[in-house]
Design a protein around this ligand. Structure first.
Ligand code: NDP
Length: 248
């Protein structure tokens, strides 16, 4: 197990799915956890409880990543409670699927503001804290859709492709200061987000995956833990596909 004992990790969107699995996996590796959520207070308490079972400190803050003021409030909590930040995982994300010609501006903006702008807000504040320490790990959750596109997801694909550009630019800006910045691009993972897909779409999707199954949130969390660890000390600006070979 990677030793993250004494490190502080901030994971956005930790109330469910991949975010919860990342919180618990980083806690298992010894990191103290701060997470945020949009509105699901009961679910995030379960995440916090699961992290505390690993013997670490864990807290949840309600913060809408679309709001710069909320993200500032979240970082104020992190610095007041934990002093600084070692690991940032940008996981909070939403979909508003529609064919492009039917897509409303609201559907486009909600997805871009949450997935991409939210990631920018947290990276900006995290990099200031990490620059002072000349160390840090930033891991952004993109998607196979951000690399290859997907019909009906122009907004989501644009946000996830944007995250890759943001990741690579930040890796170039921050590398000299000992901060690594990487993206993880999951394929189809079993969570509430994919549960909403019609059965026929799920079956059809499985046929496009060389490993012929959806992945688990834990499998994404394991990749994040690697990138957060000392074992990934010379890995930056990468997009690690966790997709059962789907994006080959
Ligand atoms: P879920 O829909 O299961 O969970 C989304 C999480 O994000 C929840 O914790 C939710 O909080 C939080 N969230 C949503 N909007 C906001 C906001 N404005 N501010 C703060 N938190 C917010 O998603 P998944 O676990 O499936 O996905 C996690 C990440 O992985 C996303 O970025 C997604 O795009 C990406 N991904 C997922 C794939 C999949 O197949 N599932 C594939 C590729 C990428 P709350 O519970 O309070 O609503």
């Amino acid at each position: 197990m990677d030793n993250l004992k004494g490190k502080t990790a901030l994971v956005t969107g930790g109330s469910r799915g991949i975010g919860r699995a990342i919180c618990v996996a980083l806690a298992e590796a010894g990191a103290n956890i701060v997470t945020c959520y949009a509105g699901n207070a009961a679910a995030v308490e379960e995440t916090v409880a699961q992290c505390k079972q690993q013997g670490v400190q864990a807290d949840a803050v309600q913060a809408d990543v679309k709001s710069e003021a909320d993200v500032q409030k979240l970082f104020d909590f992190v610095t007041e409670t934990y002093g600084s930040l070692d690991i940032l995982v940008n996981n909070a994300g939403v979909t508003r699927d529609n064919l492009m010609m039917k897509m409303s501006e609201e559907e486009f903006d909600t997805v871009l503001d949450t997935n991409l702008k939210g990631t920018f807000y947290t990276m900006k504040l995290a990099s200031k804290l990490m620059l002072k320490k000349r160390a840090g790990r930033i891991i952004n959750i993109s998607s196979v859709v951000g690399v290859h596109g997907n019909a009906g997801q122009a907004n989501y694909a644009a946000s996830k492709a944007g995250i890759i550009g943001l990741t690579k630019s930040a890796a170039k800006e921050l590398g000299k200061r000992g901060i690594t910045v990487n993206a993880v691009a999951p394929g189809f993972i079993e969570t509430d987000m994919t549960d909403a897909l019609p059965e026929a779409v799920k079956k059809q999707s499985e046929q496009t995956i060389p490993m012929a199954r959806f992945g688990s949130a834990k499998e994404v969390a394991d990749a994040v833990c690697f990138l957060a660890s000392d074992r990934a000390s010379y890995v930056t600006g990468n997009v690690l596909m966790v997709d059962g070979g789907m994006g080959m």
